[in-house]
Design a protein around this ligand. Structure first.
Ligand code: NDP
Length: 459
């Protein structure tokens, strides 16, 4: 009897234990053990922080902002992302032919219009070990770091261009930035009338060859296989251009120069093993990219190639952390699929925020008016648009915006005609920093705050 009682007792204890265990776990799963009620939501806490300003991140921002979540998008060093480097995009629905920079500018404007806050900052570290998640972000302009917190986080950091890893490419003796480039749209203009080579057989190589053919005297496409991987519709047209020449089964062994600039590439035919020198002025790399996930190391699960592993739709291994675009997509890597991911990630983030009991009105004590923040921070430049009245320079082209940035040292002015430039220089009476950029060139626009900072530093 005694034994029986003991057995019954043990069974009861186990059964109750199992019930409690299941009940506790169920609670954890349904609400993830996280509650917005338990945390302090201050001005540095955002309901949703999106890392990355490409098609994925911006689409997430549009969806979250439209649903009144007031997300913060940290756009990093390349506003608009890698697509801004694409000269021509032919497969964005509704746009037959649009430059990547223009497309991304439109999407970015759309995100701003919906109320998303976009900061010219980059994320330097994340801590997903405790919730709300902690991120350290650094201002691209001033280099100043600050800490922010996120209830939900969308990682849309895209990918980083691949390099060949051959001598003469990078490093102290390499020619990166002096003839070797990963961006035809950014650097192509330096090769007007010159000879260039593009390495790669994908869509990027084709699109870049098309762009460079209108500038360079000769464009050599070096493809390591005997066929293109590119599926782009413009391939046939590009390959019939008189100044475009394709070298199949060809690999670059070394990039050689005179110490200042590239003079030729040592190439080899991998079928015949025949080696030769190809005289060139510039070499463009279009050999794909790898996911930009290094700074998440150990925090969310990634595969052996660094791509974020998705559990369900855009959900990562961490509750409330979602990934969208190239960073979690080793296969499709299209702007439109990235945007689709961004949409899904935002919808999942909203679901997560509802589950943890986040109420929109409670979050983001971030002033609506960006000027309020800037004015508080005396060291930052205040961007005023339309221009400050007393410094106004008449605009000759009414469609161009004149942006003036005023700080305590003086005024930095965007000039849109040579007359304005001459007048401003004559009147300034001191050294001037002049930043030239084309409205379609996103990388050039990125330089604007850097020039502002330089002008300010050197008065
Ligand atoms: P891809 O990965 O599609 O192509 C990379 C190319 O570089 C391949 O031909 C590959 O060769 C070659 N390559 C890789 N490593 C080396 C190496 N070490 N040496 C020599 N060659 C190498 O990259 P893309 O940047 O072209 O395209 C990325 C994605 O973006 C794709 O999905 C593409 O469709 C899309 N895209 C779309 C555009 C559009 O307008 N629709 C424009 C640009 C990109 P191999 O084939 O032998 O592996």
């Amino acid at each position: 009897m005694a034994v029986n009682f003991k057995l019954i007792g043990t069974t009861l204890v186990l059964a109750v234990g199992a019930f409690i265990g299941r009940g506790w776990r169920k609670e954890k799963v349904s609400a993830m053990g996280l509650s917005a009620k338990d945390i302090v939501i201050d001005k540095d806490t955002y309901s949703g922080v999106i890392i990355g300003g490409g098609p994925a991140g911006l689409t997430s921002a549009i969806y979250l902002a439209q649903a009144q979540y007031k997300p913060l998008l940290v756009e990093g060093k390349t506003p608009g992302g890698a697509l801004t480097q694409s000269h021509a995009v032919h497969n964005w629905p509704g746009e037959k032919n649009i430059s990547g920079a223009k497309l991304m500018e439109q999407i970015r404007d759309h995100a701003l219009h919906t109320g998303a806050k976009i900061e010219s900052e980059e994320v330097v570290s994340v801590d997903f070990s405790a919730w709300p998640y902690k991120l350290t972000v650094k201002s691209i302009l001033s280099g100043k770091e600050r800490g922010i917190k996120a209830l939900a986080c969308i990682v849309a950091t895209g990918s980083i261009p691949n390099f060949l890893g051959v001598p003469g490419e990078r490093g102290d003796d390499g020619y990166f930035g002096r003839g070797v480039s990963t961006c035809a749209v950014c650097d192509g203009i330096f090769y007007r009338g010159k000879i260039v080579a593009i390495v790669g057989g994908g869509d990027s190589a084709i699109v870049e060859a098309g762009y460079l053919s209108s500038l360079a005297k000769e464009v050599h496409i070096l493809v390591r296989k005997e066929a293109f991987r590119a599926a782009n519709g413009v391939k046939d047209r590009v390959l019939t251009l008189p100044n475009v020449k394709v070298h199949f089964n060809t690999e670059v062994q070394e990039i050689v120069g005179d110490g200042k600039k590239v003079t030729h590439a040592k190439i080899v035919n991998n079928k015949t093993n025949e080696e030769s020198d190809l005289p060139i002025d510039g070499l463009f790399l279009a050999i794909g990219s790898h996911p930009n996930t290094a700074f998440f190391a150990g925090q969310i699960e990634c595969d052996q190639n660094g791509y974020i592993i998705l559990k369900k739709d855009q959900q990562t291994s961490k509750d409330g952390v979602f990934a969208a675009g190239d960073v979690a997509d080793p296969i499709y890597k299209q702007a439109i699929t990235s945007a689709g991911d961004g949409c899904r990630a935002a919808l999942q983030a909203m679901e997560f925020l509802q589950k943890v009991g986040f109420v929109q009105e409670k979050g983001n004590l971030v002033p609506e008016d960006e000027k309020t923040i800037k004015a508080e921070d005396k060291t930052e430049t205040v961007i005023v648009n339309p221009p400050v009245a007393e410094k106004k320079i008449p605009q000759e082209e009414p469609e161009q915006k004149l942006v003036m940035a005023k700080d305590t040292d003086g005024t930095v002015i965007t000039i849109s005609s040579s007359d304005q430039l001459e007048k401003a220089l004559k009147e300034s009476g001191r050294p001037a920093v002049v930043d030239f950029y084309a409205t379609w060139c996103m990388p050039c626009k990125m330089m604007h705050p850097i020039y502002e900072a330089l002008a300010k530093t050197f008065s």
